[in-house]
Design a protein around this ligand. Structure first.
Ligand SMILES: [Zn+2]
Ligand SMILES: [Zn+2]
Ligand SMILES: [Zn+2]
Ligand SMILES: [Zn+2]
Ligand SMILES: [Zn+2]
Ligand SMILES: [Zn+2]
Length: 349
């Protein structure tokens, strides 16, 4: 049982206590939000309204019929309450609630909602009106299988003395015999079937669905595996392509580096070719500067005496196009032609 590892009191608080009245559930009803409350607590809570909110989660509830009787019973909690009562009766050595023999309790009847002694359980089987009551014994309680089969009988909320032994397929609802001749009379809208027959059909339907689900699961497995393979292939292919791209660009970079090196080399060579004549010209210009500096002194000399100007012109055969003139401290005059091919020295007399 679920309670195996939880102390009984804790289990009662957690699963069997209504949070409105803080007592064990009394006629537990399940709201659409799946919160459970006692029928009487909900009746008080709704204050006569057909629409109200869940005391726990505030979700809207609309009553389908009149009163909280139209809210589904929690069979699960009722079952647990019956188990609890039976277990407690054993611990407290309680006596039968049906006869006055004072005999120990051996089981409980979900229909009579009474704890029963061994004799009363036996007599249930002999009295026609009690014959099909749902009974669970202490031995059954210890056996998970019989425990699972036990349930309280479900009575019709409209015809409270009638068990709900029919299932109306179109309404997907459990109904009683009386309902099958009133609200759920067989016709185009209603089809009440014996609950065991309906259960059989539903079971078969579930079996088919289960089969389909299994097939779908198989298909899913296959598809998942195929998708997995495809993903692996994509990853591998991408890795290969990635490596190719890297190699390609690395080659390109190598080529670019080479081209850069070559272009820079050519540029330097070009610089050299252009620099050399310019350097030579600068050298000449440097020399000419010296000549120009001398020219100044020369001009002075010429201003005092014009003699050696004629000296230059008379000797013009060799000294073509005299270009620069320099005068030394001691009065020697140097005259150079263009390009400094020829320099003549004069002496002031
Ligand atoms: Zn309550
Ligand atoms: Zn709720
Ligand atoms: Zn008895
Ligand atoms: Zn009974
Ligand atoms: Zn009914
Ligand atoms: Zn119906």
């Amino acid at each position: 049982m679920a309670a195996a590892n939880i102390p009984q009191e804790e289990f009662d608080d957690e699963f069997l206590t209504c949070c409105v009245c803080q007592s064990l559930y009394n006629d537990p009803r399940v709201l659409p939000c799946l919160h459970t409350f006692c029928a009487r607590c909900l009746e008080r809570w709704r204050k006569g309204e057909r629409q109200f909110t869940c005391p726990t989660c505030r979700q809207q509830v609309s009553l389908q019929g009149t009163g909280v009787n139209s809210i589904p019973v929690s069979f699960h909690i009722n079952r647990l309450l019956d188990f609890r009562a039976l277990r407690r009766s054993e611990e407290s050595h309680a006596c039968c609630q049906m006869c006055e023999s004072g005999a120990r309790v051996e089981g409980t009847c979900g229909d009579c909602r009474l704890l029963l002694c061994k004799n009363c359980i036996t007599s249930h089987g002999n009295i026609p009106t009690l014959k099909d009551h749902y009974i669970i014994t202490l031995d059954d309680l210890k056996n998970p299988r019989s425990r699972q089969n036990y349930t309280r009988a479900q009575y019709c909320p409209k015809h409270t003395d009638q068990r709900m032994t029919f299932f109306c397929q179109p309404c997907a609802k459990l109904v009683c015999r009386d309902c099958t001749i009133t609200e759920h009379r067989p016709g185009p809208d209603h089809d009440p079937q014996d609950v065991s027959k309906a259960a059989q059909e539903v079971r078969a339907e579930l079996q088919t669905l289960l089969q389909k689900a299994q097939e779908t699961t198989e298909d899913l497995k296959k598809t998942t595996s195929a998708v997995g393979k495809e993903l692996t292939t994509i990853a591998t292919n991408c890795d290969i392509e990635d490596r190719k791209i890297q190699e390609h660009f690395s080659k390109l970079r190598g080529k670019l580096d080479e081209a850069e090196k070559e272009m820079r080399g050519k540029l330097r060579e070009m610089e050299k070719t252009q620099r050399e004549p310019l350097l030579k010209e600068r050298e000449v210009l440097e020399k000419l500067k010296v000549h120009r500096d001398g020219l100044h002194s020369c001009a002075n000399v010429l201003a005092r005496d014009g003699n050696w100007v004629s000296t230059i012109s008379s000797d013009g055969d060799k000294l073509n196009r005299p270009h620069g003139v320099a005068v030394t401290e001691d009065g020697h005059v140097f005259v150079a032609d263009a390009g400094d091919h020829y320099i003549r020295k004069y002496r002031y007399m």
